[in-house]
Design a protein around this ligand. Structure first.
Ligand SMILES: CC(C)(COP(=O)(O)OP(=O)(O)OC[C@H]1O[C@@H](n2cnc3c(N)ncnc32)[C@H](O)[C@@H]1OP(=O)(O)O)[C@@H](O)C(=O)NCCC(=O)NCCS
Length: 283
């Protein structure tokens, strides 16, 4: 099969259906799939070139949003990281099956915005199904959360990237909340911030007490946390790094559950976390 690498790269600039950060044009997805099965090195050389192509094409001035200076600086750091990634990561990294690579492409396509410890998809909203996932009390809290947010979209939806894992500690998260507040201040159409994770589970205070800050700080600063579902197969990431959680899962003493945080913009703009800043060092 002969595919022109430049045509492959150009496909990435076509319009995209879907609001997820990983959304890519259908033609590109289909071609990558074909290359992966038919070429000796799969789609690797194409995907490496795609990253380099998107780096060259990228322009901060094309961002559809107003970016505070701090976020513009975070983009600089990301562009540097992505140059390094293109030159140094192993072949296995450059696959559409690899979520961190999809996130890298999303950054360059303005589908993920860097906020330090987290990235945000700016095309997201709150799923209404949350209202029926946790009984009548949750239905009421869902209504309160969406009323406080004045709607269910658009929200900034947070995602982690393993490349910025070193920022995942109490002080790093407070810094992330400051960046989010700065961004929301300049972009009033956003209703707030939302995310879904196993680490928002109240049970973690028993299982992994050092992660409690990930839930407690947003809650004390006006975030609503709602039950979103069980992670029966342990695929949410909860078991990826912790021998303790793996052991408790294997013995039946821990079942990862997913919770959604809805953090209305008005509460974020109050920056109440600043009162915790003096006591925010890594354990
Ligand atoms: C979210 C994440 C970054 C948090 O990492 P973390 O702050 O290091 O916390 P973890 O509880 O995962 O720590 C894992 C191990 O690192 C070590 N560790 C972490 N923090 C430590 C600390 N302050 N002191 C000593 N050891 C520490 C421990 O050995 C711990 O294992 P244990 O639970 O058996 O004690 C990490 O869990 C992760 O990368 N998960 C996979 C991806 C994921 O889940 N993403 C979120 C999707 S919504």
């Amino acid at each position: 099969m002969t595919t022109d690498i430049e045509e492959y790269c150009a496909l990435a600039l076509a319009p995209v259906a879907g609001t997820g950060y990983a959304a890519l044009p259908e033609n590109l997805l289909a071609l990558e799939q074909e290359l992966s099965t038919k070429e000796r090195r799969g789609a690797v050389p194409f995907n490496k070139r795609l990253l380099i192509f998107l780096l060259k094409e990228f322009s901060l001035s094309e961002s559809p949003w107003k970016l505070p200076k701090c976020v513009a600086l975070l983009y600089d750091a990301q562009l540097e990281r992505l140059q390094f990634t293109a030159a140094n990561m192993p072949d296995s990294y450059f696959s559409f099956q690899n979520d961190p690579f999809r996130k890298d492409l999303a950054i360059l396509l303005h589908r993920l915005i860097p906020f330090g410890a987290e990235f945000a998809n700016p095309h997201s909203g709150i799923p209404r199904s949350l209202a029926i996932k946790g009984g009548p009390k949750q239905a009421i809290r869902f209504l309160r959360a969406t009323a406080a947010s004045r709607g269910t979209r658009p929200f900034l939806e947070l995602h982690m990237h393993p490349a910025v894992k070193e920022a995942f500690h109490p002080a790093g998260l407070l810094e992330c909340y400051e960046y989010l507040a700065d961004f929301l201040q300049l972009n009033p159409s956003f209703r707030g911030v939302q995310s879904t994770s196993w680490f928002l589970d109240p049970n973690l205070s028993r299982i992994s007490p050092r992660l409690v800050y990930l839930r407690e700080v947003p809650v004390r600063c006006g975030a609503y946390i709602l039950f979103a579902g069980e992670d029966r197969e342990g695929k949410s990431g909860a078991l990826a790094t912790s021998p303790t959680r793996r052991r408790l899962y294997a013995s039946g003493d821990y079942q990862p559950r997913l919770f959604t945080r809805i953090w209305p913009r008005a509460q974020i703009l109050q920056r109440q976390w600043q009162q915790f800043q003096s006591s925010s060092g890594r354990e």
